[in-house]
Design a protein around this ligand. Structure first.
Ligand SMILES: NC(=O)c1ccc[n+]([C@@H]2O[C@H](COP(=O)([O-])OP(=O)(O)OC[C@H]3O[C@@H](n4cnc5c(N)ncnc54)[C@H](OP(=O)(O)O)[C@@H]3O)[C@@H](O)[C@H]2O)c1
Length: 320
């Protein structure tokens, strides 16, 4: 048996508890069993539909830990004892537990510079930022990229990857206490979303990458070039984001292309990103630690604005 965070109640009113006796999974076929040292909480993950479709509602998609066992058909290069980090697919989750099954496509050796708690905060932000910048928008050197929620977990990675890897000119939208840090991370322009009509101060953007959703997302349309792009991962997705209907803003900005996507785990991206962290190109995300018996508090904290860092539940405390 193992300890696991469990969500009861309803989707509208979820209750987070710690279940002390959940059956421990064992790897079948080519699956990998990870002993979880730390699991991060992503803002809004309790609202995700996929969680409510599962019989056992253990949340958690971002983890770091050590490989405890390999399935009988596993043929990759990972070994029992390897220290890894992983994003578990949106459909499965189950990461906020002492043990979890991951697929080989979801897991890579963790950055050596980071401890497990720090590493567990990274997979979704790294994968989301990489997919948005390099695979969806295909940002080119010199492009102007506007990032909303720039001080958030996904936002700080977007700012760093867009400026340092893609060579873009980054406009970071956040509250003012984060502006200095965002400049150090590579932003060329910082904008305070509390300033009325802030969107009027930004022009000729090639790509907006939004992590907030409305009310911020709708304001970004007027910042984009005539044939520019708006890419959003922010909640809650509007109907148009699932291909139903069209954004009202198109009446005014008919040539702007728009896209919502849900990130998918990719081992190669996690491997590349681990190197970028270890060579100092990408700085880690600040974290706030909770023990498993404070899981309910951890989830509440993850939904609060202006937190100190990404919330992490630590199952195996780090040795100092
Ligand atoms: N579709 C996908 O594949 C995908 C992938 C990753 C994340 N997400 C979603 O994307 C969102 C961001 O994730 P995250 O981990 O980066 O969250 P986070 O660390 O909590 O960051 C959220 C950011 O949004 C800002 N924000 C929130 N409400 C705002 C508002 N009304 N006006 C202006 N700024 C606002 C926050 O600014 P303050 O600090 O000033 O409040 C913060 O910078 C979450 O909802 C998450 O579930 C989706």
């Amino acid at each position: 048996m193992m300890k696991a965070v469990e969500v009861r109640g309803t989707q509208a009113n979820p209750e987070v508890t710690l279940n002390p006796a959940v059956p421990r999974p064992s790897p079948k076929k080519a699956e990998i069993l990870v002993k979880v040292h730390a699991a991060a909480v992503t803002r809004d993950e309790l609202t995700w539909e996929e969680l409510w479709r599962r019989p056992l509602r253990i949340p958690g998609h971002d983890i770091s830990g050590e490989i405890a066992a390999l399935g009988p058909d596993y043929q990759g290069d990972l070994r029992v004892g390897d220290e890894v980090y992983s994003m578990i697919h949106a459909f499965r989750g189950l990461g906020q537990a002492e043990y979890v099954i991951v697929e080989s496509s979801e897991v890579a050796r963790k950055p050596r510079l980071l401890n497990h708690a720090q590493a567990s905060a990274m997979p979704i932000p790294l994968l989301t930022a990489w997919e948005a910048i390099f695979e969806r928008a295909q940002v080119q050197k010199g492009w102007k990229v506007l990032v909303t929620g720039a001080n958030g977990a996904v936002g700080v990675i977007l700012v760093q990857m867009a400026s340092r890897l893609a060579g873009a000119e980054v406009v970071a939208v956040s509250s003012p206490q984060h502006h200095e840090t965002l400049k150090q991370l590579g932003a060329s322009q910082v904008v305070d979303y509390n300033t009325p009509n802030w969107e009027d101060t930004i022009k000729d953007v090639d790509v907006v990458i939004d992590t907030v959703g409305d009310p911020i997302l709708t304001k970004t349309w007027k910042t984009v070039k005539s044939h520019g792009h708006i890419i959003t991962v922010g909640p809650p997705p509007a109907a148009w984001e699932y291909g139903k209907g069209r954004p009202d803003e198109l009446d005014e900005f008919p040539n702007v292309k728009w896209l919502f996507f849900i990130v998918v785990p990719k081992r190669e991206t996690l491997e590349k990103a681990a190197q970028l962290i270890d060579n100092g190109t990408i700085k880690p995300i600040a974290i706030e630690l909770f023990s498993p018996d404070k899981a309910s508090q951890a989830h509440k904290s993850a939904s609060i604005r202006n937190r100190k860092g990404k919330v992490v539940i630590e199952f195996v405390p780090e040795k100092n």
